[in-house]
Design a protein around this ligand. Structure first.
Ligand code: ZN
Length: 262
């Protein structure tokens, strides 16, 4: 199966994350031994068929199920997936699943493109949301925030619409972008022509304006205070006023990955 991604020791193939040729350099070379060489992972292998072209991925069952409750439930009990040891994910993107496999084995996130485009991390966030991998969601969102600060990227209405079409009403990434735009409005003021672009979202993305309004109620005074102290404060630092967990999805009783050191 030359088209498959397999961990070392499985079918005698080296571990390669499936990645379409259209995105060369998507993943950094492995600099140290992979976790997949860990004998405690056992020899049970799960096969995932992803996308309409059924891209094949093979992953250690223990790794997949220990890290992800979605797969743990699917591959236990009387489900067809458990019987066959395989699952079909026709709606998912093979590049994004490759990023997931890479994360599971190496703990790494996809890299942004040279121009700062980081849609790979955004798509991985959506996949993590779908399969309930909270820590991965938090890591992706933090990486998106850092990348936006590095490249000085501000979201436009198109991105907002896309995010709201892919997420549920309690999604923290919605809150993040509502916060970013709220801070932007505070900085743009009456001279900010960009405000009009976002107001137009009321027609097909009304939840966004509602979230911006909520954000202003919760944090508007804090942001205004910060802006008064330093009007040149970078937008993303304004957002960071509220602490590293402000946009994390982990619950209050769960340990944040930043504190766990993972
Ligand atoms: Zn946290």
């Amino acid at each position: 199966m030359s088209n498959a991604s397999s961990p070392p020791g499985v079918n005698s193939q080296p571990f390669q994350v499936a990645s379409p040729s259209s995105v060369p350099g998507d993943h950094v070379p492995m600099a140290k031994p992979s976790i997949s060489e860990d004998p405690t992972l056992g020899d049970e292998i799960i096969t995932l068929y992803v996308g309409k072209k059924r891209k094949k991925f093979t992953v250690h069952k223990k790794l997949l199920c220990d890290r992800c409750e979605f797969f743990s439930k699917a591959f236990s009990g009387n489900f067809q997936e458990a019987e066959k040891g395989e699952m079909h994910l026709p709606e998912d993107n093979s590049t994004t699943v490759a990023s997931l496999v890479d994360y599971l084995y190496r703990g790494s996130l996809p890299k942004p493109s040279v121009d700062g485009d980081y849609s790979k991390a955004l798509r991985l966030y959506w996949l993590a949301d779908k399969i309930c991998m909270t820590t991965l969601m938090d890591k992706c969102l933090d990486a998106i925030r850092r990348n936006a600060a590095t490249f000085n990227i501000h979201p436009g209405p198109g991105l907002i619409k896309q995010i709201y079409s892919k997420t549920s009403s309690d999604s923290m990434i919605r809150k993040y972008y509502a916060g970013i735009v709220s801070c932007g409005i505070a900085r743009w003021g009456k001279e900010g022509t960009r405000v009009d672009e976002f107001i137009e979202l009321h027609a097909n993305c009304p939840d966004f304006l509602l979230d911006v309004f909520r954000w202003q109620l919760d944090h508007g005074i804090d942001v205004a205070e910060a802006l008064r102290k330093n009007r040149l404060i970078p937008l993303h630092e304004v957002v960071e006023l509220f602490g590293p967990c402000e946009f994390h999805s982990h619950g209050e009783v769960e340990t944040c990955y930043l504190k766990a050191g993972k």
